[in-house]
Design a protein around this ligand. Structure first.
Ligand code: ATP
Ligand code: MG
Ligand code: MG
Ligand code: MG
Length: 576
């Protein structure tokens, strides 16, 4: 590729709304262009990276025996009604109507459609096992799309679905995928960790997330350096022993503030920039008499399941909201948790719970909350104030660094990660709901045993940048770079020698199948280098008159502090 023919459009400044470095750099490098909230155009430079990701995924999926297909992005609601997800799934599911008023959805994932296909096409156990996958556009109306490609609304996912004759076969299909994912993530050249994830109602341990390690990750992961133990925080907490923790090891939340209930406390508290996933909300409600005195303080621990749309919380109708524990008074709480007066320590919870704290919660003036009991709710809920540090909001957990590992083999370490892949054993959840059966060896119909396996194709480049960048820009691993080599000739228009050397090297690398770009735009060296450092091409060859006279060119890896002189005759060999 020649830069003059390609499209390169770099910016000095990142958009103000870009909070994380991958969003800033990918925008500045002209890789992505925002069209709307969570909706991006993949510009030529960005698309090259996405295609590299897709290629690795496709090669390894094919190698594993999975077969590629493509399912519709727009899907009739009927199938989603069969599993109940049309009604049950929250507002993340984009529902649309056609001109006849018929309901459709935009696929956030495709279990229903693939199960419908399988029940028609896979009639006999002899056709099993099968694993179908697609690499395609998904849409999730995320409550808070942000961080560029990291949490988009429209994004590309590789989603695969396995169909097996029985549980044992399904579990072995799962293991094939778990191994395939390791190969895929090894090939990306990123530091990642496979962690046990909660398999929800299905139970068992057959769910793993693949997390790219990055300080800015939204997820907390827990592992033991001395053993194989690794889990995401939800999973780790679900398994953690119950009982109050010693106060010193955990964040403390002060509750409640006697006096007025205000949501301003919430607003203040929630001006936290990142990493603000909390597991529970501790809310205090004060019952006041006519004189404005507190007659009763109650503290509520709200446990929210999954991604919860806070705007959905309404009077008497709290979809997905569970009040885990309800205590009549502070002393009772103190008795239960053994905390100091006025403080509530982190609470041990049996269930994985998650609420995403962010500024949008603050718009809920006069929040009304209540139990899953009709006519039992409180108005003007007050968030316990005087939280020590906003950061601590993220750390109200009952698993903390230094805890001993469940396998007893050492202390736990907590680090942050970005979920880029997820493998999941599904059992017969979908096949039973959709009556998807095949004829088993005994001649009787049996429901398919299924698994599903996702990779965030467009999230992956963002995660790669979060992990690999410096003050000058992105640093791509070779496998993902938009171009692996850039040739930067200095003064190509003036010097016939430079032009000839650049063209010769370019032709030679092209012939060898190296993904090379020749920067023939005629930019000045400073601007040219700045562009390629921002774009993060890993290998750069600079060709200038001076060194060329000595039969040399300059080679520099994106991570090197300075360039190295290499003989013209040797440089191509170095880059193949
Ligand atoms: P998250 O916890 O980040 O919301 P998820 O668990 O909802 O992700 P899955 O349903 O497991 O996501 O989907 C498979 C993969 O798709 C994820 O592992 C992730 O890499 C990717 N993905 C999910 N949501 C998004 C999104 N909004 N933008 C980009 N990629 C996404
Ligand atoms: Mg999600
Ligand atoms: Mg997740
Ligand atoms: Mg997931």
């Amino acid at each position: 590729m020649k830069a003059s023919q390609f499209f390169i459009s770099t910016l000095k400044e990142a958009p103000a709304e870009a909070e994380v470095v991958s969003h800033q750099l990918m925008t500045r490098a002209g890789m992505i262009k925002k069209l709307g909230a969570g909706i991006y155009t993949y510009m030529p430079m960005g698309l090259r990276v996405i295609q590299k990701v897709e290629r690795i995924v496709r090669e390894e999926m094919n190698r594993s025996g999975a077969v590629e297909m493509t399912m519709p992005v727009i899907q009739p609601a009927e199938h989603w009604q069969e599993t109940g997800r049309f009604e049950k799934m929250g507002p993340e599911l984009l529902r649309i109507k056609d001109r006849h008023g018929r309901d459709f959805i935009v696929q956030p994932t495709s279990e229903e459609v693939v199960t419908d296909m399988a029940r028609q096409e896979l009639r006999s156990y002899k056709q099993l096992p099968k694993n179908f996958y697609q690499i395609q556009t998904k849409f999730r109306d995320e409550r808070r799309p942000r961080f560029g490609l990291m949490r988009g609304r429209e994004f590309i996912m590789k989603d695969a679905y396995s169909f097996d004759r029985d549980e044992a076969a399904a579990k072995s299909s799962y293991q094939v995928m778990a191994a395939t994912y390791r190969r895929i993530f090894d090939r990306f050249g990123l530091t990642y960790r496979a962690v046990a994830a909660d398999s929800g109602a299905i139970g068992g341990d057959l769910s793993e997330e693949f997390q790219v390690i990055a300080a800015t990750g939204e997820d907390a992961i827990v592992y033991c350096p001395g053993s194989e133990y690794a889990a995401n925080m939800e999973k780790a907490e679900a398994l953690a022993p119950a009982g109050p923790r010693p106060a010193a090891t955990s964040a403390m939340v002060k509750t409640p503030t006697p006096g007025k209930s205000t949501c301003a406390d919430v607003a203040e508290l929630l001006s936290v920039p990142l990493a603000s996933t909390v597991k529970s909300l501790v809310l205090a409600t004060d019952e006041l008499n006519e004189a404005g005195e507190i007659v009763k303080s109650q503290v509520w621990l709200l446990l929210l399941r999954g991604d919860h749309d806070m705007n959905e919380v309404k009077v008497n109708k709290l979809p997905g909201l569970n009040v885990g524990f309800r205590f009549a008074s502070l002393p009772e709480i103190e008795a239960h948790f053994g905390s100091k007066p006025g403080y509530l320590g982190p609470v041990n919870m049996k269930q994985p719970v998650k609420i995403v704290a962010d500024r949008e919660v603050a718009v809920m003036a006069d929040w009304i909350c209540g139990a899953n009991e009709i006519d039992f709710h409180f108005t003007a809920v007050n968030w316990g104030r005087d939280l020590p540090e906003p950061d601590m909001v993220a750390d109200i957990r009952n698993v903390v660094a230094g805890d001993s590992s469940p396998d007893g083999k050492g202390e736990l370490v907590i680090e942050r990660g970005i979920e880029v892949g997820h493998v999941f054993y599904l059992g017969t959840k979908y096949s039973q709901a959709m009556n998807a059966t095949f004829l088993a060896e005994n001649g009787k119909p049996a429901p398919f045993e299924m698994g599903c396996y996702g990779i965030g194709i467009t999230r992956l480049p963002a995660a790669a940048v979060e992990q690999n960048h410096d003050e000058r820009g992105m640093i791509w691993p070779d496998a993902l770079a938009p171009f692996t080599v850039v040739i930067c000739p200095i003064g190509m228009e003036r010097s016939a020698e430079v032009k000839a050397a650049a063209e010769t090297l370019y032709a030679e690398l092209m012939a060898d199948g190296v993904d090379v770009i020749l920067d023939d735009r005629g930019e000045r060296p400073g601007a040219m280098f700045a562009d390629w450092e921002l774009i993060g091409v890993p290998h750069r060859v600079t060709i200038g008159d001076k060194s060329l006279k000595e039969g040399q060119v300059e080679y520099q890896h994106r991570r090197d502090a300075a360039s190295t002189k290499v003989a013209v005759a040797e440089v191509a060999g170095l880059l193949k």
